[in-house]
Ligand binder design. Structure first.
Ligand SMILES: [Zn+2]
Length: 541
């Protein structure tokens, strides 16, 4: 044993072979994608070989820059372990590990991560992560004197740079198209892209120093409408933020399976053409509550600017409550009352496996409304909804109407139909939850101006073109990830205040989450200079 595990290598050699291992075993996704664009033929063969050399040289260059007696082993082991996991997720779900995905992963709680856990993942981790790491851990690195070590590094760096330079020079046309026209290709190169993404994430998130929150809408106030003095009704609005509910799986939007049997009986106005701001919870949720448009929004701006909840709170006339059965509010409800419904501590409707149901968030709402009599109320319910890949866990047994169902989180082992069925059953449970919410509001038909707004955070891929889950960069994301379920429902008193006919005429227009901020201001009749009537779906023109 001692002999087998006793190696003496130079630092540079260890780096070179680790890179070789990573490039060969970690890039199945990358090479398959590359071969789709540049098929293996006489015109491309030279470029393809140079691309492999280019990637090896780039990684060797990078690792040698950061190598030292104290960092090399640690760095290589860390990269191997993380790469084995990114490799698994890229091969299995065809996701992209960009900075938004990293933010999403960091903000995901353990329960959700357990959903993604699988035997295949353990195999990837063991064979591509742990075993080579153990080898690196055991190897004795022979460090020459300072000069010798430096010389070795210089030689490797020199060869790397020459290879990179020659590749770019000889195949310049290929590389120009690779970098400019086929941008998405590089998203799956392992480990380079995830390392780049961490850097990107850190620079977008951390380097700003303390967050100073810009208060917008500080002039916000609710003004009684003229000639409306005897309107003693206060407003009661429930906003449901959905999870991963794609529009084309709603029978309200013409889906062939009846996924909205209860909502179809309600008097709702369905927005058939609603687009999300991002393709992940971490991006879409803060974006939809922010004043920024999709094009202007970024994480830093989002967390450092008042959102719609803050502006409504500024009026001092609206009581706000956020109940969360998803991971959390993604920074939206930091300054308003927040209740965690993911555990049986507050949620009274939980399964034995720990999964808590969305309808648990409705328990106790009556008491809350009673307690806040005479005040305007906004309640936000953040659903677990259709959180993947374990769709089959997202609904109680009696909602298993579409069968057979994919009962594993290894989606690629199931047929498309089985995946769809699990997903549609979860949607059926959401249909039940939303209609229950509407029926709760109906009790306040005479005492309040009531409304419910439903808006999913983003959509979901269910195996089309090998894509699963969500989180692709927006420009390359399929419609299924960005076209979301959304509708509104109004009680009788609220209907008197708005032009329902006009709204019905506009319901199929193209809308997006950018409209939510102003639509809520309009519904609560808030006057402020940040209100933009042209982005108010309900009360705008
Ligand atoms: Zn989400």
């Amino acid at each position: 044993m001692k002999y087998i595990l006793h190696f003496t290598w130079t630092q540079t050699r260890l780096i070179f072979f680790t890179v070789l291992f990573l490039v060969i075993f970690g890039n199945y996704s990358f090479f398959t994608n590359v071969l789709k664009v540049y098929p293996l033929d006489i015109h491309n063969i030279g470029f393809l070989i140079s691309l492999v050399l280019f990637i090896i040289a780039l990684n060797v260059f990078m690792f040698i820059l950061f190598s030292s007696k104290y960092t090399t082993k640690f760095m290589l082991i860390l990269v191997l372990l993380i790469s084995s996991l990114t490799n698994y997720f890229m091969n299995t779900y065809h996701i992209v590990v960009d900075d938004d995905m990293i933010r999403n992963a960091i903000q995901t709680n353990l329960n959700e991560s357990m959903d993604l856990f699988s035997i295949k993942q353990i195999l990837y981790f063991t064979f591509l992560g742990v075993i080579p790491s153990y080898f690196i851990y055991k190897v004795d690195i022979e460090y020459g004197g300072k000069r010798k070590e430096l010389l070795r590094k210089v030689i490797y760096i020199f060869i790397s740079l020459v290879l990179i330079g020659l590749s770019l020079f000889i195949f310049s046309k290929h590389y120009a198209s690779f970098f400019r026209e086929h941008k998405p290709l590089r998203y799956t190169v392992n480990p380079t892209y995830w390392i780049y993404s961490i850097g990107n994430y850190v620079s977008k998130t951390l380097n700003s120093g303390p967050i100073i929150i810009e208060k917008i809408g500080t002039d916000a106030k609710i003004v009684e409408k003229d000639g409306d003095e005897n309107d003693e009704h206060t407003e009661l609005i429930i906003l449901v933020v959905g999870e991963a509910a794609r529009a084309d799986h709603f029978s309200l939007n013409g889906y062939t399976k009846q996924t909205n049997p209860l909502l179809e009986k309600e008097d709702i106005i369905n927005f058939s053409n609603m687009k999300s701001c991002g393709t992940s919870t971490a991006l879409s949720v803060p974006c939809m509550f922010s004043i920024f448009n999709r094009a202007d929004y970024d994480y830093k701006k989002g967390i450092s600017t008042y959102n719609i909840l803050d502006v409504l709170q500024t009026t001092k006339d609206v009581e706000i409550l956020w109940r969360d059965n998803n991971s959390d509010s993604k920074g939206v409800a930091l300054r308003v009352p927040y209740e965690d419904y993911k555990s049986s501590k507050l949620n009274t409707i939980c399964e034995e496996d720990g999964e808590c149901r969305d309808e648990g968030m409705l328990v106790g709402i009556d008491e809350y409304i009673k307690k806040n009599k005479g005040k305007d109320i906004l309640i936000v319910l953040h659903q677990m909804g259709n959180h993947g890949p374990a769709y089959y866990k997202r609904y109680p047994k009696e909602f298993e109407k579409f069968m057979p169902v994919c009962k594993t989180n290894q989606l690629e082992e199931c047929t498309k139909e089985e995946i769809s069925n699990g997903y549609d059953n979860a949607l059926l449970y959401t249909d039940y939850f939303l209609s229950k919410t509407i029926n709760l509001l109906k009790k306040y038909n005479n005492s309040h101006e009531t409304a419910m707004i439903y808006m999913s955070d983003h959509g979901e891929s269910l195996g089309e073109n090998g894509l699963y889950l969500h989180g692709l960069p927006y420009f390359m994301a399929p419609d299924s990830q960005t076209h979301i379920g959304s509708f509104v429902w109004f009680g009788d008193e609220m209907k008197k205040d708005i032009s329902i006919k006009k709204l019905i005429d506009k319901k199929d227009n193209e809308y997006s989450q950018d409209y939510l901020f102003h639509t809520l201001l309009g519904l609560f009749e808030v006057q402020t200079k940040v209100y933009d009537k042209s982005k108010d779906i309900i009360n705008g023109d």
